[in-house]
Design a protein around this ligand. Structure first.
Ligand code: WA2
Length: 269
């Protein structure tokens, strides 16, 4: 009888973990797709129209009204690529100075910058910051524009102070063929459309709605480097493997990053 109860508990764990992994992956994917559409919106209305047919108010309004399409993102923003030679002109036109994310002071001289010019109101605090001044954001920007694809950072503390990851799509000035060379991609780069997956608070909400939430412990890890798993959601102290436990692979669409979910019972059944 004990063995049968154990088996039933393990089967329950497998199905509950798979359900959560699938749900998280699906909500992630729809959010990424919608950010992709926003990158196209910026290319179409900011760059393919002269003068640009987009401004902060329009961007804020549109992103607020479509936020239901991006259930796991706390906000989206557009950072423009500015090379140093254009900095003065850019700052004069904008009426503000490019600031660094860390010190929140005027940026020292750099080869290039990525100041946020449009933001969803939920993350309006990032406006004017050079997104290349944060290590994780900078790496994402460079990788996305070289690849021409959406990329994700490792989990880190966002400016909201919540644990999460940043998603970045490159925006180009011209249409590029899928096999375009890296140099051509970099030189055609106009900017970066991205957003913050506030994993800490939004995944909590998602899981709370599911049956069995009380009895389950769910952790998500970035296991890109398998010998150094990084907590993306759940306990800061990895639980080790509570027995029994179930591991489910997750695919968030960036082939460079690997993620998985580990589920266990809060109290051993
Ligand atoms: N967005 C919101 N909160 C953040 C953050 C971020 N990056 N980085 C740290 N906290 C405009 O890749 C371009 C958004 C970066 C996009």
């Amino acid at each position: 009888i004990r063995a049968a109860a154990m088996r039933k508990a393990e089967e329950g764990l497998v199905s509950m973990c798979e359900e959560r992994a699938r749900m998280l992956q699906d909500q992630f994917a729809v959010s990424v797709n919608h950010v992709h559409a926003l990158a196209i919106l910026v290319a179409t209305f900011h760059y393919e129209k002269n003068p640009p047919a987009l401004d902060q108010d329009t961007f804020a309004d549109y992103t607020a009204r479509t936020s239901f399409e991006r259930p796991l993102l706390s906000g989206v923003a557009y950072a423009q690529r500015v090379v140093h030679a254009d900095r003065e002109n850019f700052e004069r036109k904008q009426g503000w100075i490019i600031k660094t994310m860390t010190k929140k002071e005027p940026s020292p001289v750099q080869d290039e910058y990525a100041p946020v010019i449009y933001s969803q109101e939920t993350i309006s605090y990032i406006e004017g910051f050079d997104m290349m001044s944060g290590e994780e954001d900078r790496e994402n920007i460079l990788r996305s524009r070289e690849l021409g694809k959406a990329v994700l950072t490792r989990p880190f503390r966002l400016m909201s102070n919540h644990l999460g990851v940043v998603l970045t799509f490159p925006v180009y000035l011209t249409d590029l063929p899928p096999d375009a060379k890296v140099e051509d991609r970099v030189s055609a780069t106009a900017g970066y459309l991205g957003g913050a997956f506030d994993v800490e608070s939004l995944v909590e909400n998602l899981l709370r709605q599911l049956a069995g939430n009380q009895e389950l412990v769910v952790n998500v890890y970035d296991v890109t480097n398998i010998s150094n798993p990084l907590v993306m959601y759940g306990s800061e102290v990895p639980l080790g493997n509570p027995s029994p436990s179930q591991t489910c692979m997750l695919d968030f669409g960036d082939p460079y990053r690997k993620h998985h979910m580990i589920c266990g019972y809060r109290n051993k059944p």
